[in-house]
Design a protein around this ligand. Structure first.
Ligand SMILES: [Zn+2]
Length: 286
């Protein structure tokens, strides 16, 4: 995958902040600043400071200095380049309906508008603040634990989360949540459909990124063979495979993301067509 590092305009770097043990000396000015921040954003910044238990890094504060490695900075640059490209692509497809958002980088744990989250949750999208949350450690996990190497594998995961952002903007997410509330037994099957659609939307971006000549314009450009890495990642994080890895057995009634085969198939549908209209995983839901 070809891309240009150095553009982090779509990144909110919170790696220097985490849930520490309240060791930050807060002057009255700091207190007021946090109170104002909490009011404006709806996020309780105080909870970032105290009580949450220290992460392994023991980091405190919301934007402290980031100790990092060149390899990790490369991944942060990749996240920035992919986020920009994915958002440009959707702005082109949805026009005025698209709303720009950010990728929040965090380490170990984060207080999002959707609640407290730990890295073990994996990357996620928060519909309340419209942001994508990513611990770069997941990229290593993808490579080592799930056997899915390659930059396009990482890009696919990010593009999938932006797929949820698109579902939020188009109202699909709200509609499905309403249906799930009306019939809780449908919650898991509906979740699978949402996830598979996000996979297909990730493919829609992959289709755009596969067009030749993009690298010359400073955009992300896939090389021949890159899609294989993405498809391998989609297969690696199917519910059936994750369950087998965790518990040794497969429980279809607990699926929330779809099987490896389903994930690959919908991702491919987006990749081949480049058309969000090909991503209707709800065709038989009314
Ligand atoms: Zn998802």
């Amino acid at each position: 995958m070809r891309w240009t590092p150095g553009n982090r305009g779509d990144i909110e770097d919170m790696r220097g902040g985490g849930g520490g043990m309240g060791m930050v000396p807060l002057g009255i000015g700091g207190f007021i600043l946090l109170a104002v921040l909490s009011m404006f954003t709806g996020v309780n910044f105080f909870s970032l400071l105290g009580g949450g238990g220290a992460g392994p890094s023991g980091a405190t504060g919301t934007s402290g200095p980031v100790t990092s490695t060149p390899a990790e900075e490369h991944e942060a640059d990749l996240a920035g380049a992919v986020a920009r490209d994915v958002q440009q692509t959707w702005a082109g497809i949805l026009g005025g309906r698209y709303e720009e958002t950010k990728v929040v980088l965090f380490r170990d744990q984060i207080q999002s508008a959707c609640g407290f989250a730990q890295s073990a949750t994996g990357p996620f999208y928060c519909p309340s603040d419209h942001k994508v949350y990513l611990d770069l450690g997941f990229f290593d996990e993808l490579r080592q634990r799930f056997g899915a190497p390659g930059e396009f594998a990482q890009a696919y995961v990010l593009a999938h989360e932006f797929g949820h952002h698109v579902q939020n903007l188009t109202g699909t997410e709200a509609k499905m949540r309403q249906l799930a509330r009306a019939d809780p037994s449908e919650a898991n099957p509906l979740s699978v459909r949402l996830e598979l659609q996000a996979d297909c939307y990730a493919g829609v971006w992959g289709h755009a990124a596969a067009q030749p000549g993009r690298a010359a314009q400073g955009k992300v450009e896939l090389d021949p063979g890159d899609t294989e890495y993405g498809l391998r990642a989609a297969a690696a994080i199917g519910d059936d495979r994750l369950q087998k890895l965790a518990t040794g057995r497969v429980m279809p009634e607990k699926f929330t993301h779809g099987t490896s085969e389903q994930r690959v198939s919908w991702f491919k549908r987006g990749l081949d067509s480049g058309d969000p209209g090909a991503c209707n995983t709800f065709a038989d839901v009314h």
